[in-house]
Design a protein around this ligand. Sequence first.
Ligand code: SF4
Length: 422
Amino acid sequence: MSFVSEFNSLPAPSLAERSLAANAGVVRDSLAKSKLSLADFANLISPAAAELLEHLGRRAHAMTQQRFGKVIRLFAPLYLSNECINNCQYCGFSRDNPILRVTLSLDEVKREAAELRSQGFRNLLLVAGEHPKFVSNNYLRECIAALHAEWPGLSLEVGPMETEDYRPLVAAGADGLVVYQETYDRKVYAEMHTAGPKRNFDWRLETPERAYAAGFRRLGISPLYGLADWRYEAICVAAHADYLLRNCWKAQLTISLPRLRPCAGEFQPLTHMSDRDLAQLVCALRLMFPDVGLVLSTREPAKLRDGLLPLGITMMSAGSHTEPGGYTGAGRKKLHQTVRGRIVPAGSSEWALVGRASSRAESDVPEASDGSSVASPHQKQATAATGQFEIADGRSSQEVADLIRRLGYEPVWKDWDAALTA
Ligand code: SF4
C-alpha cells in the first residue's frame, strides 16, 4: 500500500479545523507526551500554541541539540537546466514563460561544481526542470558520474521518474532525492498545474517511495507554502513523513520549509504564512520528528534564517543561485527561448533585457573562464539565464558559515552519513 491510500483517508481538513479550535489545555496535554500523534501535531501548530511559542522554541532547541549536536550542514543547489514541459503557475521555469533558458553541457556543469567545491561545499543538490529532450535520463546519469568522485553527497531535484529509471542514477553516485509535492490540496494542485506530466498528483505523491525502492538513501519532501492553508499543508507533510519513516526506514528523511518567492510570471501567493507561523512550524516539526532533518533555503531573508536556525534547522543552502550557470557564467553564450520544444533566439523576450533576466546585477556576472565575449551594458542584453525565483538571503557561503560559527554552531560542508560510508 502506498502513501496515496493513506492520504486518501487522512482526515487532514478536520485536523486543520481542530487545530484552529485548540485551546491552551490541549496544547499542554500534547506537549506533555513523549510521542506525538498527528492530532498532537495539529495542536502544536494551533493559534493557541502560538501563544506558547517561546516555550515551544526552548523545547525544540534542546531536542535538536540532543539529537544533532551543534552542527548545521550546508549544501548548494546547482541548476543544470531551466527547460521545462510543465506549466506550474508559481514557477519561473514554466514552459509558457518567455524566459531565457539554457541547459549546461557536462563541462559547464563541472565548472559550476568546481566553483562550489572551491567554496568548501561537498554536498550538492542538482536541480533541473522537467524536459526529456534537454534533461534526459542519460544526461543526468552523465552529470552524476562526472561529479561523483569529488562529491560525497549528491542529491537530485528533477522530474519524477519510474523506479527503473532511477536505478542508473543511484548506480552513478546519486544518493539523495528531493521532491516537493507543492500542495497536498488536490483542488489547488489541479489549478496550479495546468499542463504537463506534473498534473498527475498521485504519481508525484508516490515519488519518494519509488526513489527509495531504487536505492536512494536520502529523501526530501515538502509542500510549497503559499498555495493552500499552511496548517493543512503542515498536517499533510507530517503524515507523509510519518509514512516514510515507517515504510522507507533505511532512508534519512528531511523536510524543507519553502515559502513562495517572486519569480517570472509574477504569481502572487494564494495564502499567507507569517514569519511567526514559520517559526512555530519549525518547532512543531522538531517536536513531532526528533530525528528528521529540517531544511531552510535562501528563499528566506538572512535575519529570519539566523533567528530560525537554533529552533531546529539542521541543513541550509548558502550563496545560492537559481539560474543555470549562476556561479560561473557558464552557458551564457547559449541563452535562448524555447517554444514548443524548439529553440528560438532570445532577442524578442522581455527577459533578454538586463534587469529582468536575473536577480543579479549585470556587473556581478563573472567573466567566463574561456574568455567568451559578453554583451556590453550598452546593448542591454542579459548575460544570464532566468532564475527559478528570487533568493532573499544574498550572503555568500562564507558569510553564512561565519554566521553559523558566531551562533555557536559548526558548519559542516559534507553529509556525515556519506562520509561515514565512503
Ligand atoms: S516547478 Fe518544476 S516542474 Fe513546475 S515549471 Fe518549475 S521546474 Fe518545471
